[in-house]
Design a protein around this ligand. Structure first.
Ligand code: AMP
Length: 139
């Protein structure tokens, strides 16, 4: 497995060098809308500490991250009225990982509506901004 590269796109989002539709930030964790959502409300939760994926992340980072992910998932369910959600997390290109900073996907699921493919179609940024605001309000 390659090393963590500190200049990856999510590290730059945390530093504010690249814009995002932010939904949550505290001392350890950052969350924002996925710009190529598989469903309405698809969000990403990342630790501020750099790790390439699940394999090299520290136990304490993971323990904190999953609790924050659940908290944000609850808010997404309230804001979107989704019927359920998936948590996804990919490790290495063979498994579909495209950004090499650990992240959990929260993917709301709506009965009868199939998920769009992973990372394929960019969403309307006005809609992403509106969703981020609704999720922030539900946190
Ligand atoms: P993965 O394939 O698990 O590494 O997921 C990377 C995810 O990041 C994909 O779902 C992309 O749609 C998403 N993504 C890539 N660039 C950005 C960005 N600048 N802002 C928000 N989401 C992004």
């Amino acid at each position: 497995m390659s090393d963590y590269e500190p200049d990856n796109i999510f590290a730059r989002i945390i530093k504010g060098e690249i814009p995002c539709h932010k939904i949550f930030e505290d001392e350890t964790t950052f969350a924002f809308m996925d710009i190529m959502p598989q469903s309405k409300g698809h969000a990403l939760v990342i630790p501020k500490t750099g790790s390439r994926n699940l394999i090299d992340a520290k136990d304490a980072v993971l323990a904190d991250l999953i609790v924050k992910t659940r908290r944000i998932a609850r808010a997404i369910l309230v804001a979107t009225e989704a019927d359920g959600f998936r948590i996804a997390q990919f490790n290495e290109p063979a498994a579909g990982q495209t950004v090499f900073h650990l992240h959990f996907h929260i993917i709301p699921v709506y009965e009868g509506i199939p998920l769009r493919p992973h990372g394929e179609q960019e969403a309307d940024h006005g809609q992403l901004a509106a969703l981020a605001e609704m999720i922030r309000a539900a946190l």
